[in-house]
Design a protein around this ligand. Structure first.
Ligand code: ATP
Ligand code: MG
Length: 324
């Protein structure tokens, strides 16, 4: 008989079916550790998912019966409860790097922007908010587990003078993230913003997944003061997608800092986005060429801006144009 008072470990050990139900809700052994879930009901409460729903899913998957929920000290979490909004006053600016299309170089731009600003002596946080493909830690060769401190806040990892948080350490396997949807990703993003001990930051750079999915929506909803940096390729289709991302930000009243063109050069052209940016009334912040060296990760995971004068100059211009 399932009651919700079982620990996450107990449920995970029940059967592979039970395990996949919990993973669908983003409840893993790692997340239980990090967020200190006392039992399944506590996890449901934290994630603001109705406990009844999880128990019913578990019951359908395992054949176990479900008890009437009367968990002492923990309320049934059925019913709506909004994500947190606003706040984070210790963080001066929040810059979300976004694009309508995948693979245009958002992560490349975000990581190098954060690294460049950190090298300039600013206090920088980098949040990898790409649930489907969190690759920031891989690129920076940053290792370590996310642990909670005495304030029950997540301690960010640190590398190259940046405080870094990624969803990657919470995932058991690369496939798992694909199961996280809708409200769950929103909750996870909420925790990664509000339950992290960021300390004082000049800028928090957020690497978003592509497209107009739940993650950018939730971010803009929670923090309307976030500013968006759009990345596009000079390619026509890339520009169309940039328009979509720009339209989303505009609709939600989020300020668009500007467009950075990436992968400029002989293949896609160069500065073709400049005209499009002008038409959209969005500042054009610069064009980063396509360069084999920019696609490479060295053995220490050093961001490319540390070894390329060209990139340094481009980012210095971006800094000036955006008042950073
Ligand atoms: N200017 C560039 N020159 C050469 N390679 C680049 C450049 N920018 C990015 N890349 C490479 O292109 C690939 C895609 O870049 P990246 O992962 O940053 O894109 P993305 O927009 O974050 O993708 P996704 O939508 O999947 O998150 C990576 O292998 C990266 O190293
Ligand atoms: Mg990316």
């Amino acid at each position: 008989m399932l009651t919700g008072q079982e620990t996450v470990r107990e449920i995970l050990n029940l059967s592979p079916q039970a395990k996949s139900v919990l993973h669908k809700y983003g409840i893993t052994l790692e997340s239980a550790d990090h967020f200190g879930y006392k039992n399944l009901a506590h996890a449901a409460l934290t994630l603001k998912i109705p406990l009844r729903k999880i128990l019913d899913d578990l019951s359908a998957a395992t054949g176990e019966r479900v008890a009437e929920i009367k968990v002492k000290g923990v309320q049934n979490t059925a019913g709506k409860s909004a994500v947190r909004k606003g706040g984070l006053e210790n963080i001066k600016r929040i810059i979300a790097v976004h694009s309508g299309k995948g693979g245009v170089g958002k992560t490349f731009v975000a990581v190098n922007l954060a690294a460049f600003l950190a090298k300039k002596g600013m206090k920088i946080g980098l949040l990898d908010a790409d649930v489907d493909c969190p690759n920031v830690l891989h690129i920076l060769k940053a290792e370590g587990k996310l642990v909670a401190n005495q304030k029950k806040m997540i301690v960010p990892l640190e590398k190259f003078g940046m405080k870094i948080v990624s969803m990657a350490p919470l995932l058991n396997s690369e496939d798992e993230a694909l199961l996280w949807r809708g409200p769950i990703v929103s909750r996870v993003l909420e925790q990664f913003l509000y339950d992290v001990d960021w300390g004082d930051l000049d800028v928090l750079v957020v690497d978003l997944p592509p497209g107009t999915s739940d993650i950018p929506l939730t971010l803009y909803h929670m923090l309307p003061r976030a500013e968006v940096l759009l990345v596009t390729t000079p390619h026509q289709l890339g520009l169309l997608d940039a328009k979509k991302a720009a339209a989303m930000a505009k609709k939600l009243n989020v300020k668009i800092l500007g467009i950075i063109e990436n992968m400029g050069g002989e293949i896609f052209g160069k500065e073709t986005s400049k005209e499009a940016a002008k038409k959209l009334g969005i500042p054009f912040l610069g064009s980063i060429p396509m360069h084999t060296a920019y696609a490479q990760i060295d053995h220490e995971g050093r961001p490319q801006v540390f070894s390329s004068l060209e990139l340094e100059e481009i980012y210095e211009n971006v800094r000036k144009k955006t008042g950073l």
